[in-house]
Design a protein around this ligand. Sequence first.
Ligand code: G3I
Length: 373
Amino acid sequence: MRRFLFLAVILLISSGRTIAQSPTTLKDAYKSCFTIGAALNPAQFTGQDQVEEAIVKQQFNTISPENVLKWEVVHPQPGAYDFAQADKYVEFGQQNRMFIIGHNLVWHSQTPKWVFEDGKGNPVSRKVLSRRMRDHIEKVVARYKGRIGGWDVVNEALNEDGTLRQSPWMKIIGEDYIEKAFRYAHKTDPQAQLYYNDYSLENEAKRKGALELVRKLKAKGVPITGVGLQDHVNLDSPTADQIDTTISEFGKLDVKVMITELDVDLLPWPASNQTADVSLSVAADPKLNPYPNGLPDEVQQTLAKRYADLFGVYAKHCGLVTRVTFWGVTDKDSWKNDWPVKGRTNYPLLFDREGQPKPAFNAVMQLGPKVAP
Ligand code: G3I
């Protein structure tokens, strides 16, 4: 028997056929479909957290900045820029041959008040705010030209009903602040991919608003490359069908679709509506934190099934879905431990607090070769 196996291997090698090794990393398991990545905090790209940095280098081929490229971090005061952490993030990405994402240029959150006000605290004019937006985008995008491959240009500009959010950008500049942002970014780095990024786009009303927004931008020749579905999901909502429909609908508008901030919240949801709006905050309550000392195996299996279903839908749209990024590396650092309730023990990602792969990781890996040949 051993003799027969040895001969079979020799025959296979001499015929030039390779023995199909099953992929061992997420990036290899889905490389024929989309890139796979994670949002990083400074500990994960500055050598402080060796365990998580190793996971990033091994498993992923694209990275996103959880916070270090946001306005309040890189441009805290008028004329004052701080690129220390952002430079390290981009260097890490280049050293490890990652497709590097920039997040984000224009958002209603984590943007300092001075951006929208004059010295006396009054709202600035449309002209002044447009110039401040242009200066910021030109400064930040130019610094990483040719290194950051894709930018979340505008983040979360819609309300749940699909109307435009009445942010200071909207109130002071007006609806065309979105078009301006894309044009400023494109003029600064014509090669960079440019995205509109938002959450809960699987909800019909909000999706309709986003589709209309993209349609209008495309009609005006605004250089939008793709739409980011954040996908901060729960165990059962949005459904796989809702996500499937959403990806198809945007595909019809000739834009790429990316899953940009994936995590699965499996703790009790303490609010009436499904949202990822960072301003939501709910008081702590032991009933809302049922697994402080570890996740029961049956819940691990439920999470694994959920992730397999999600990746089944993403891979169904191979080529249209070009990237899947997790919002964090391990359960330890996930924002979902402190949102919308501070101090909970959540388990939303594929790697546990020790950096070990969870059943959900195995489920996603096993699916890969079947759906992404
Ligand atoms: O940097 C300060 C630190 O100096 C201070 O000591 C500490 C004390 O609270 O706060 C630190 O700032 C925190 C920052 O993360 C960096 O860790 C802010 O309080 C905290 O609010 C901020 O949370 C980020 C959140 O965006 C803010 O909006 C989360 O890490 C980040 O995961 C989250 O990411 C957003 C995406 O950008 C857009 N989509 C939704 C997603 C989740 O809210």
